[in-house]
Design a protein around this ligand. Structure first.
Ligand SMILES: [Zn+2]
Length: 257
């Protein structure tokens, strides 16, 4: 165990078989709705499903078209007030079930390594310190999102930026040509990003900016953006574009004599 990483080996039962590895992350994303999780197992038959009667939270194919693939199946949902945490508890279940199945059925296999890592959701920190010398596999699979049966073999370049705007506040009666409203500068910034690709309008290898957080008052505003792009050159251009919003040098302010 190091940095919360857990590695286990299921000894092989077949000589000369390839060594396989499976990895899952233990942590769950925090989107401000990660408190008290109340899972429920519901059968989805194509009609909108009531997740939470008291709060009138309903899930349907109109807002979640991916549901269509899972008609007439039992599905775990939250009660609509929190994330479910299936990312990535579902993968942990898959790996533990695989280990149990192999042990119980006696099917032939080579050595199989399982690794559980923390802190994926805050910048892949667990994966970056996975001790590969203790994970000697021929092939490895990370079990994580998305659709059932989907295999992802490539990933994007990822980074993030936070733009902080310091405004100049003034009484509105004497604000003309003086007041700089940081909220409006932040809104201009976001509207510029609007046409440069966003997750809800892109697919496949298309890059995007994803505005993940914003806050502001009359003194200061802040916008956080995730940058994602498969193409390295395009990714660099996206970073360079964000930097154009930051003055290259501080104003030269002379102290009074
Ligand atoms: Zn995940």
């Amino acid at each position: 165990m190091e940095s919360g990483i857990l590695i286990a080996r299921l000894p092989g039962t077949k000589q000369d078989a390839k060594t396989l590895g499976f990895v899952a992350h233990l942590d769950t994303v925090d989107v401000g709705l990660s408190g008290d999780i109340k899972p429920q197992l519901l059968r989805y038959e194509g009609e909108p499903l009531i997740l939470n009667d008291a709060l009138n939270i309903v899930i349907s194919e109109a807002t979640h078209p991916e549901l269509a693939k899972y008609r007439d199946q039992d599905i775990f949902f939250t009660d609509g007030t929190s994330v479910l945490g299936a990312d990535n508890k579902a993968a942990i279940s898959v790996m533990m079930t695989l280990a149990r199945e192999l042990k119980e059925t006696g099917k032939a296999h080579g050595d199989i390594y399982f690794a559980f890592v923390p802190d994926e959701e805050i910048g892949l920190r667990g994966a970056k310190v996975l001790p590969l010398e203790r994970f000697p596999v021929d092939h490895c699979y990370t079990i994580d999102c998305c659709e059932r049966g989907e295999v992802i073999y490539e990933t994007f370049n990822a980074g993030g930026a936070t733009l902080t705007v310091d405004g100049i506040t003034a009484h509105p009666m004497s604000a003309k040509n003086v007041l700089v409203n940081p909220n409006l500068v932040a809104a201009d910034f976001i509207s510029m990003l609007n046409d440069m690709g966003k997750p809800e309008q892109t697919a496949g290898r298309e890059g995007y900016f994803w505005v993940t957080d914003m806050s502001g008052n009359q003194n200061r505003a802040s916008v956080s953006v995730a940058i994602r792009d498969f193409d390295q050159e395009s990714y660099n251009q996206r970073k360079a574009y964000l930097e154009t919003w930051v003055p290259s040098s501080k104003p030269n302010i002379r102290k009074p004599d």
